[in-house]
Design a protein around this ligand. Sequence first.
Ligand SMILES: Cc1cc2nc3c(=O)[nH]c(=O)nc-3n(C[C@H](O)[C@H](O)[C@H](O)COP(=O)(O)OP(=O)(O)OC[C@H]3O[C@@H](n4cnc5c(N)ncnc54)[C@H](O)[C@@H]3O)c2cc1C
Length: 330
Amino acid sequence: MDTLRKNLEKINIPRPSSGVIRLDEPMALHTTFRVGGPADVWVRPQGDCFPGYAAELFGFARSEGIPVFILGGGANLVVADRGIRGIVLDSGGWTGWEVLTEPEAAGETSARAAFPAVRIRSGTALDAFADGMANQGWAGPEFLAGMPGAVGGAVWMNARCREQSISDLLIETEIIDMDGPSFAPFWVPHTEGDFAYKRSPFQDRKALITAARFSLKKGEPGELRRAANALRRDREAKGHFRAPSAGSAFKNNRSFGKPAGKLIDELGLRGFSIGGASVAPWHGNFIINTGRATAGDIRSLTETIIEKVHAVLGLTLEPEILFVGDWETG
Ligand SMILES: Cc1cc2nc3c(=O)[nH]c(=O)nc-3n(C[C@H](O)[C@H](O)[C@H](O)COP(=O)(O)OP(=O)(O)OC[C@H]3O[C@@H](n4cnc5c(N)ncnc54)[C@H](O)[C@@H]3O)c2cc1C
């Protein structure tokens, strides 16, 4: 891997016409957990150059055999202390949306053909999306208010809140297949059964999500803003932003009869710590960075909680947070 690093410095990595590219960029700066070592290369193309640049980058990376990791808002990630080998393509500069009230092209169809709808770039922050739609009197996305992360990451994760998943609104997703053969973006219609609890078909496909189309309903801006603000206040009251985290650490499993956080609470694990990582004293399903956590601490704590719950209850919790990057070497 050190060889890959040295080579990366020598070879001519394409640069975006607008945006930032850096070597050895600390991923702790780009994740809500505030942990993670350096990415060999981190690039955030800005604005309209994004899809064209991504296509060029994927072609380059394929020919050089360099891995590419796609970063959304970094709100569900534990990046290894050794960082990420290869290139991190940050989608955060690819933002904005258009509301569509009628088909743009004759014959435009989808299994969920729906107008009005919004076509939105994948790097748009979820909270900005919820806010923007509420302000314009479009109902649907307000349940995403206050949720950290971006649209692409939320579709990839099939993010959910209050019994609603983002896939409930999804009409189609625009993607680029990262292995080619063509790096042109194309639309994938939503298909019933492709999405499930915290599952999307993109988890099994090496693809960049460039945009998504969601159905909307007419709403009253004041009411929608009130609903969005109530959700934000509820998250604050539940301590979501009191310390760096990636939200719920474990998936809920209906067959366990109780939410993961409740099982962890009942074992007296609130406040249980390893190094600088701790189970939040106020929320059994939140692992927090108390200020000096390493990614290794978070991983050890996650594994220890799984072992303890299994030892006492015979149930195997499944992490919802994603461990990514260079965990294997060193
Ligand atoms: C305080 C807090 C509260 C939270 N509450 C909730 C909640 O209520 N419900 C919930 O579901 N989640 C919650 N989360 C987790 C997080 O907000 C969601 O999982 C969010 O959808 C992650 O989006 P992201 O853009 O940050 O993705 P990232 O964390 O950046 O990436 C997640 C995965 O998606 C992939 N990915 C990201 N963007 C793209 C793209 N454009 N194309 C292809 N792949 C991509 C990444 O490679 C990675 O595998 C919470 C997190 C925090 C910190």
